[in-house]
Design a protein around this ligand. Structure first.
Ligand SMILES: NC(=O)c1ccc[n+]([C@@H]2O[C@H](COP(=O)([O-])OP(=O)(O)OC[C@H]3O[C@@H](n4cnc5c(N)ncnc54)[C@H](O)[C@@H]3O)[C@@H](O)[C@H]2O)c1
Length: 354
């Protein structure tokens, strides 16, 4: 089996908890180089994984000719992704794909021009529980109401599960520049009347781009946004149009006092309701459950299926291997992810400015 060599750019939490361990374990891949602006992080991770090619500058990693794929696991991806495509590397880009669809389009054309594959890390789309529930939802021909509900809780509950190294050696001005760049992209995407909602937009992209993707995977593209309201600076309620007599209520927000994970995609048909309930994504191997309510012989019944313990972060890498080696279409493409960002812009712009 051909082993593809992966260069990691951004070796923070999600790299350490998920991507590095699975890339190490899968025979399909080899970790060829690591890069982080924190020398402490890149050296520690390099030691842990036995990787000697370590960089603090991503351009140096891109110049390494034996790297096939670049995994972009920083917060802001567009500039690195565009440069990596120009360097002829296949791209694994974490979500959100970008903060401004114009930046996303630049990455898409660089990838097309250079003939490289581009996958966005929407791992939930590879989750066997999602695949099972989504197939059942697609088979229903009378779905009138779809509900997406994602109230993220305390983001630190998983931390005691892992040994992590953090970049406390990064100069404050470098961190501030990174945050300012994301802010500028968000402001540009939203336009002058909605700039004050950029924290809501960022919440939508950071947390709920996953939900936009699972919704797209099950029901295709929304036709438009009928209503949006900002309940608070980090909570949104929208109604999306999915064609004649089909609507989606989309509720998302951050509720830091919740110690549990509260994320579902539910489809309501006339005589059946199917709900896919996602676990805390940082807890490995926790199953996504599918709950089915239906009529059976005149009685209402509820079935709950914890479909599989397979880890979606591992499965997405297996899919990407096949896409590259067998020239297959990527399920979570850059074009779809950019359309998700465009929809997020539309959802925020639909909020009436009072
Ligand atoms: N798929 C998921 O469910 C999931 C979960 C968590 C995070 N993420 C995504 O993964 C990305 C990273 O999130 P995280 O929680 O690991 O963040 P993090 O802050 O822990 O890690 C980011 C790392 O990138 C490094 N970095 C920043 N700029 C860099 C640059 N120019 N070159 C090299 N390194 C650079 C930082 O020093 C840091 O170590 C984000 O895009 C986030 O949305 C996805």
């Amino acid at each position: 089996m051909e082993r593809l060599r992966v260069g990691i750019i951004g070796c923070g939490q999600i790299a350490q908890i998920m991507h590095l361990p699975y890339l190490m374990e899968l025979p399909h891949y080899e970790i060829g180089a690591v890069c982080d602006i924190s020398a402490k992080v890149v050296n520690t991770v390099g030691e842990w994984y036995g990787v000697s090619d370590r960089y603090v500058d991503f351009e140096a990693l891109l110049a390494q000719s034996d790297i096939d794929i670049v995994a972009i696991l920083t917060m802001d991806h567009s500039d690195i992704a565009e440069a990596a495509a120009e360097a002829g590397k296949h791209l694994f880009v974490e979500k959100p794909f970008c903060f401004d669809p114009a930046e996303g389009r630049r990455v898409l054309s660089a990838a097309a021009r250079n003939g490289v594959k581009l996958m966005v890390g929407y791992m939930k789309r590879y989750d066997p529980g999602y695949e099972y529930g989504m197939a059942r939802m697609r088979a229903m021909d009378d779905v009138r109401l779809i509900r997406v509900h994602d109230f993220a809780g305390d983001f630190t509950v998983h931390e005691p599960l892992y040994t992590l190294v953090t970049g406390d050696d990064i100069p404050q001005d470098v961190l501030a520049d990174g945050a300012a760049k994301i802010d500028a992209a968000s402001t540009k995407a939203l336009g002058p009347n909605h700039t004050h909602l950029s924290s809501l937009y960022n919440m939508l992209l950071m947390l709920s781009s996953h939900d936009l993707s699972i919704l797209r995977g099950a029901f295709g593209a929304a036709e438009g946004v009928l209503f949006s309201d900002a309940i608070s600076p980090t909570e949104i309620l929208s109604v999306l149009d999915f064609g004649p007599q089909r609507r989606c209520v989309f509720e998302a927000g951050v509720w830091p006092d919740y110690l549990w994970w509260d994320e579902q995609l539910t489809a309501y048909g006339k005589s059946e309701t199917i709900s896919i309930e996602f676990p805390n994504p940082y807890v490995k191997y926790a199953p996504t459950t599918v709950t089915i309510q239906q009529n059976e012989g005149g009685s209402p019944i509820t079935k709950v299926a914890p479909v599989s313990h397979e880890e979606a972060f591992r499965l997405e890498w297996l899919h990407f291997y096949d896409c590259i080696c067998e020239d297959r279409e990527v399920r979570t493409s850059g074009a779809d992810a950019n359309a998700d960002v465009e929809l997020a812009v539309e959802m925020v712009r639909a909020i009436q400015v009072r």
